[in-house]
Design a protein. Sequence first.
Length: 318
Amino acid sequence: MQAQQRRHRVVVLALDGVYPFELGIPSRILGAADGHYETLTCSVDGRPVLTNADFTIGVQHGPEVLATADTVVVAPVASDWITAELPDGVAEALARIRPDARIVSICTAAFVLAAAGLLDGRRATTHWQVAEAFSRMYPQVDLDPDVLFVDDGRVLTSAGAASGVDICLHLVRKDHGSELANKVARRCVVPPFRDGGQAQYIERPVPETGPASTAATRAWALGRLGEPLALADLAAHARMSPRTFARRFHDEAGISPGRWLIQQRVVHARHLLEASDLSVDQIAGRVGFGTGASLRQHLHAAIGVSPQAYRRTFQTAR
């Protein structure tokens, strides 16, 4: 009888001041992935941890389990618990992580990774509200406060709160493909992929004159990605001038209409690469990139791989 394959072990590190919601995300999302993951929770000393709420949380493990992890997730702490120096025991706990283990931070846990030197020279993100403070404290980190998460190879970082869901779904998608990630999303009643980044949630003054939203035009454009869509076309649908539309669009989505269109075309192209046998040129035409060369360029800029490499990794066996 063939031996059962060992599950991918994820160890979540909880620190004092932890947000209870985010602490539970890895177990909830990865636990819905058909048994592919085993999720354990630990503290730096095996003792209960204080939360930012009015209760403590008991954990079943001490820092020794970090040495057994394939992936380590550091849960976030409330901003008033953030310090420039690592809290007692954290450096020693992180030192137990294997060199080949993947490390993930949710929200403000990026401060922990940065303080430990794990983000030096890397691109990373954190919650937009603390991004300015992060950049002051860790100028050696290439911070991108506009995205929901950053995958920089061995080290991944995510933005605030529910972006922990996004990055855990990304782990499932990266490890086992979009079919399982979409199944997990349905089971947990969350979107499998959120459009745009956290820039759309940053507080900005929105002009009060004219139509209140460009959402209807975004939905209209999503149904026509294969067509040439210029700023003038989008503005005409929204019944605005191109200048007003571009300004309102950026206020709502955090990015320009052109960049948003590229993102949506890449998302659609990824789906077709996974779920169809269409050629790269055919997919390019369907999503509005026109040529296979253009698709290759945009896909590589977005995720760092060619269409062929992406298809080999993620195409669903049929």
